[in-house]
Design a protein around this ligand. Sequence first.
Ligand code: EPU
Length: 421
Amino acid sequence: MSNVEIIGGTHLHGTVKVSGAKNAAIPLLCASLLARGKVLFRNMPKITDVDSLVRILKYLECDVKFKGHTMLVDNTNLKYKPLLLTECKQMRGSYYLMGVFLTLFSKCEMVLPGGCKIGKRPIDIHLQAFKEMGFQYVINEDVISIVKHEDIKNLEITLKNKSVGASLNAMFAGLSIDNLTLRNTLFEPEGRDVLLFLRQIGYDVHLQEDVLVHKTKKLELKLIKHNVLPDRVEAMTYTILGLLTGKLRIQNVATKDIELPLKLLEESDYAIKYNSNEIIVNKSKGNGMRIKTEVYPGFPTDMQPIFGVLCAYSKATSIIEETIFENRLQIYHDLKDLGVDVNIETSTITIQGQSEIECTKLTACDLRQGVALALLAFAAKGTVQIENFEYIERGYEDFIHKVTAIGGKIKQYDVLPLQNK
Ligand code: EPU
């Protein structure tokens, strides 16, 4: 466990460079096992979820070299092994190894994935797709075993609901089928990056609206180079940090992927300017907003908690509705505990902006709520402690270094776990 201490109220200024996207890096690394030969990733983020996955790849006897932001994966010696590892439990995205294993080995045994506790997060849509593709599965306590029982050459499947994870996983498993049409998929910018990568390594996969088509093609052996796309949630996190605290220039941003949240900030009168790959913000107080999270290109659920903090400091009342993850509302309970005028009704929040929020000790419970607390602390006055900083490190590269470089006062310290806790 590790905690941080933040001295809030400091004017932050300077440039922040956005890292590669967590939600692209994880499926890309899993997909690299499907390549014949070596894969070189650039702009790979240095986050603990990537570290966990690298440990899994090494356990599978892949050779992985990670220097700077460049990662070379050589899976020449890749071996099938059961995935009964703590690393698989620690993260959500380990489930992409199921689909990849089904294509590579026609079987997979794995502990069920963990990840942020922001809702029930079942994997029924993934399993529906695997079943229709001719795989059988059994779940025994927290271990799932999947095996092929029928060889299917041509298939059309309609996923029963839109899901980022299930679309990617069904695509990975579906690479074992000669002709596949997958309907009702959801490929956000990160998923589209993975699709591009699969085409680079020789798979014939194409997306038309929400229909994915795959046809068998012979794969070639060559070195593939791929740049991980920039993290849109990290970009928006520093954008909001700048709006709350000072003057920031945020670089290496694909602003075309965050059109809606950027437009919302402009319309709400925040001091923001941007071009195709850079955002410049000045501390400002905006008007209230109306936010409803929706699948891409709608408002991203991952940005909802950080916008919640911005709304808490705005000039007026905001209404926020979470429609993707039923339990992603912890930040509003935190704000309410701090005396902010917040009303939580099922998944709709009404929040009244204030000029000051006093806080001394906060607890991170998941990645995005955790970083939202850090934003809150930087905007507050005085010293604030945040417990469980490790949640933030799962998805934000070098957060401490990046905020220190722009004048942020933040210090990390380890806490020994209490015995029998
Ligand atoms: N769902 C089901 N059954 C399934 C799959 C999903 O009911 O089989 C439900 C979920 O419970 C949820 C909704 O469908 O209510 C959407 O879930 P989705 O599958 O789209 O999300 P995910 O794959 O679990 C990924 C990211 C999330 C991000 C969402 C939406 C990874 C590892 N996770 O989750 O990232 O919020 O897509 O963009 O890529 C984060 O980065 O903080 C994070 C949680």
